[in-house]
Design a protein around this ligand. Sequence first.
Ligand code: DMJ
Length: 928
Amino acid sequence: MSEAGGCRGCGSSVPQRAPWSLVAATAAFCLVSATSVWTAGAAPMSREERQKLGNQVLEMFDHAYGNYMEHAYPADELMPLTCRGRVRGQEPSRGDVDDALGKFSLTLIDSLDTLVVLNKTKEFEDAVRKVLRDVNLDNDVVVSVFETNIRVLGGLLGGHSLAIMLKEKGEYMQWYNDELLQMAKQLGYKLLPAFNTTSGLPYPRINLKFGIRKPEARTGTETDTCTACAGTLILEFAALSRFTGATIFEEYARKALDFLWEKRQRSSNLVGVTINIHTGDWVRKDSGVGAGIDSYYEYLLKAYVLLGDDSFLERFNTHYDAIMRYISQPPLLLDVHIHKPMLNARTWMDALLAFFPGLQVLKGDIRPAIETHEMLYQVIKKHNFLPEAFTTDFRVHWAQHPLRPEFAESTYFLYKATGDPYYLEVGKTLIENLNKYARVPCGFAAMKDVRTGSHEDRMDSFFLAEMFKYLYLLFADKEDIIFDIEDYIFTTEAHLLPLWLSTTNQSISKKNTTSEYTELDDSNFDWTCPNTQILFPNDPLYAQSIREPLKNVVDKSCPRGIIRVEESFRSGAKPPLRARDFMATNPEHLEILKKMGAASSIDAEDGLRFMQEMIELSSQQQKEQQLPPRAVQIVSHPFFGRVVLTAGPAQFGLDLSKHKETRGFVASSKPYNGCSELTNPEAVMGKIALIQRGQCMFAEKARNIQNAGAIGGIVIDDNEGSSSDTAPLFQMAGDGKDTDDIKIPMLFLFSKEGSIILDAIREYEEVEVLLSDKAKDRAAILKGKMIPSYIINSNPEMENEEQPSSENDSQSAEQITSSSQEVDLVDQESPEESSLNSQPESLSPADMDNAASVSPSEQISNPMENHETTSLDGECTDLDNQLQEQSETEEDSNPNVSWGKKVQPIDSILADWNEDIEAFEMMEKDEL
Ligand code: DMJ
């Protein structure tokens, strides 16, 4: 056993585990030395600027939290686009994501300790009272054990930890009597039946009211769970045990961890993504550090820090060695197979792995942390956010981004470890991007597609639990926080648990552990407190020197197949033959092929890899025949670019990815289906015509509106209720003939998105939109423009308010008109090669869908147009793949009627918008 549970050589005057807190909470052990020697590199950021950024974070938090409380509470989450609460059973089911929602005011509970970190003590006190008054943990609803543990149990415990801290300080929370802890205990007992398996691994879901396996429970038939789901309990459960003295929670969590450890793949020391909770067999044998596994590793290391049990550190170290041997291919982290760890299991990475550099800082392994973080930052610079998944050559694989906090988390830890102001600049970029692209009048909206800037109607609770904490702490000085953050450890949801728990109620620490452990050797503590080795000996540019070689790793990356990528990054050695380079006529290639599988095991592995790559490549090529999504952005008052709709492209007409966007007011065509010569050409002339899908070919509609003088067209789906939220991207095929004559851009909107435009016309009459391949920055849309009075006057809310002067009116109206950027039909470049092969639309709607929805094999667009290509001078150009998520639309059968849907009236939305516009204009002035 090491002294004090691993903190060797710590000063004896401090509590037993306090020095570890430096490592746990902020990695300040590095900061102490790093900041004091910092002399060069990224320009230091003044205290004033850091304060300004900290204040910006506070304002953003108020915007998110305030809107949740005003428009969503007591619902679990805010739907920031429709400005109401998300109540399970009252919205179409989104599948597993909804398992986080237990009708227990999730966002409020997840925000509790953030309020204290952000110095909002008064608001914290109010929030705790609300939780005690309103939250019911006994709802008949099936929830995820993992999510409920990290968000709700963690949120209650984090709230309790800071409540008792505040109470002790003597000013706030004087009335508090462990009520949050009592709720946490009640919830803990509700989760325990999930562990009723022979393995001790918990069921993935539980009914809060009825538990598991009773007929009313509607759960308990599952056989599998993810490794992170079973392995991310120990911090909360141990804290609950130690706070309350009820040992059962820690025992159960330990048992699950022991089982996972026993089941690790013994030759690679890796774990798979999913495991059978009854047999312990690995169900998915791929292994990485992202989705499905991430916080299992995190909790092993942090359990050691919090509980001082060497066995956790030993397990973590064993896994960490395996990760660094097989998965880490700096700067990438790539999934491998647990049985064949030299074989990559994927050609892409998921966004959840962005937490890993932060964990590496905690481990004290800074170099790979800096490398991976730098690579991720470059992906962010390219797409504004980290897409849910991206390929090894940094193309978008899954385009959503639900405002995940992992990258901010790692940025914070790296700053603490290096003191390098570069990481402050990174944080500043994150703040700017959130405000520019995700901020909406009623909160912050997840990105549906980082490439187009379109939004999803969701603001997950982790955004408040984690993002604002890490961003605020990044810019804060010690004195900006009312307690010592270094006395706490962050859970995976960034909830704060006090490190003094390590010495409280320790009785269960060693019970029930199934493995024997050898004493840890000194190398485990090389970087612990007090740090005898200076991390950056005489080199304040340490971090920068690691980042430098990776500066252009994303921009200069060319498409790459499945190879051990470290080869191409690390050495000049000739990489193995890649499927996409293979030419059947090349004798050298044929020779290599022959060798594969025959001679050495390396060749055999290359052969397998090659085959796998071939399969991937062919399916990828099929996908690449699809055009990427486009954006319809409403730019007129009161939207000003905030509403971005995901639109389907057309295989004919103006290609918006190659041309300037088209901007214009919209007008409905008559007939609405656009299938014959328009009877209202004067209404659509110079405008973007709205046409309904159906009755004739898309190309025919395009020709009819073009002949009437329209500068673009939007086809709106006639299938009521269809939405880009739930349907794959739809692209409009040509008519099988030459469509070169169609010069205007055409986009497709599903019915839900289409009705947003139609509703806007009903409300405001004049609606101006921008058709483009990617939503434009709102600042650019607004620049130099004022709101014309005729539009302001159309809003009854504003009639009594001060109006702009008449001089301004005429000027602004003119500016708006001239801003419509009409497409010059004569000077257009010739359109892309049109379809050769598309199927004619029939008259039946079902057949029409078949004709127009483009399955990969039916695609007929110019492949060069859609492929990621390498130009002659070696520069890579990027046209990303598209992949749309599909979600279920099944209804929850048990809507809780008392949780009424809160629909915000349009005029109150408008009032909010107006406030927001003012704020935005102020921001703009500030920027100027
Ligand atoms: C959070 O709920 C936690 O950080 C979890 O461990 C992983 N994912 C989300 C945020 O992305």
